[in-house]
Design a protein around this ligand. Structure first.
Ligand code: UDP
Length: 239
C-alpha cells in the first residue's frame, strides 16, 4: 500500500547532472526515471517540477552582470529544456508524461492549465511542470510549493544530494545528525536550509509537508512511498 496518493516531486537541475559539471547525464536521468516508474506503477499520481541549474550553471559566466529578470527568463527556459529531456527519457521507458509550461511556448509544450493537469494526473500520466512559476525573482522550489498546493498533493518531495536535513552540514561536521521530522518553526529558528523563504512560507501557510530526501540513494523514493523513515519530513507539528 502506498502511503501517498498524489505527490509533487521537485527535481533540481543538479539532480540530472550526475557527476558532470553541467548538463544532463544520460545514465543519471535513466536511473531517476526508472525509480519514478516504480512508484508510478504502485498507483501514485506524480507531478514533477523541474529546476534548471544544470543548464544555467554552464553559462553563469555569460549571465553574470545581466539584468536579473532577463537572466531569470533564461533560467526558466532552461527548465523547459530539462522538462523535454525528462519527458523523452520517460517515453523511452514506456511512461506517458506530459509537459506543461508556465511560459507559453506553444509549438513545443502545452501551457499550464490546472484542470488539464489534474485530469492527466487522474489518468495516471506523469505531469512535468516547466518554467517554474512563470515569473522572474522566484525559484523552482517556490513553483514546487505552488503547484503542489494547487494540485492538492499530499507532500512535496524535494530531491537533493543529501539524505535529509541535518543538525549541521554533514560534510563539515561529522557529528551532525539527521532529523527524521522537524517542524517548520524549528527549521526557521535553527536556520536549517530546506527551501528558499518564499517556498517555505507557502508550504507552512498551506500546511503542505515537505520531505527532503536523497535522489542519489538508490530506492529512497520507493521507500518514502512505502512509508519508511527516509530523509526528513518537515511539517507543522513533528510527530
Ligand atoms: N526561475 C524563475 N522563476 C521561477 C523559477 C525559476 O525566474 O519561478 C529561474 C531562476 O533564474 C532560477 C532558474 O530559473 O535560477 C532555475 O531554477 P532553479 O534555480 O530553481 O533551479 P534548480 O536550482 O532547482 O536547478
Amino acid at each position: 500500500m502506498a502511503a501517498y496518493k498524489r505527490v509533487l516531486l521537485k527535481l533540481s537541475g543538479e539532480a540530472l547532472m550526475g557527476d558532470d559539471a553541467f548538463g544532463i547525464n544520460r545514465k543519471t536521468i535513466e536511473r531517476m526515471v526508472s525509480e519514478i516508474k516504480e512508484i508510478s506503477d504502485m498507483g501514485v499520481e506524480i507531478a514533477i517540477v523541474i529546476g534548471g541549474g544544470n543548464i544555467f550553471r554552464g553559462m553563469t559566466g555569460g549571465a553574470a552582470g545581466m539584468d536579473r529578470a532577463t537572466a531569470d527568463y533564461m533560467g526558466m527556459m532552461a527548465t523547459i529544456m530539462n522538462a523535454l529531456a525528462l519527458q523523452d527519457a520517460m517515453k523511452q521507458a514506456g511512461m506517458d508524461a506530459r509537459v506543461q509550461s508556465a511560459l507559453r511556448i506553444d509549438q513545443v509544450v502545452e501551457p499550464y492549465i490546472r484542470p488539464r493537469a489534474l485530469r492527466q494526473l487522474e489518468e495516471g500520466k506523469i505531469v512535468i511542470f516547466a518554467a517554474g512559476t512563470g515569473n522572474p525573482f522566484f525559484t523552482t522550489d517556490t513553483a514546487a510549493a505552488l503547484r503542489g498546493v494547487e494540485i492538492g498533493a499530499e507532500v512535496v518531495l524535494k530531491a537533493t544530494k543529501v539524505d535529509g536535513v541535518y543538525t549541521a552540514d554533514p560534510k563539515k561536521d561529522p557529528t551532525a545528525t539527521r532529523y527524521s521530522t522537524v517542524s517548520f518553526d524549528e527549521a526557521i529558528s535553527k536556520d536549517l536550509k530546506v527551501m528558499d523563504a518564499t517556498a517555505f512560507a507557502l508550504c507552512r501557510d498551506q500546511n503542505m509537508p515537505i520531505r527532503v530526501f536523497s535522489i542519489v540513494k538508490e530506492g529512497a523514493l520507493k521507500r518514502i512511498i512505502e512509508g519508511s523513515d527516509e530523509g526528513t519530513l518537515v511539517q507543522c507539528k513533528p510527530i
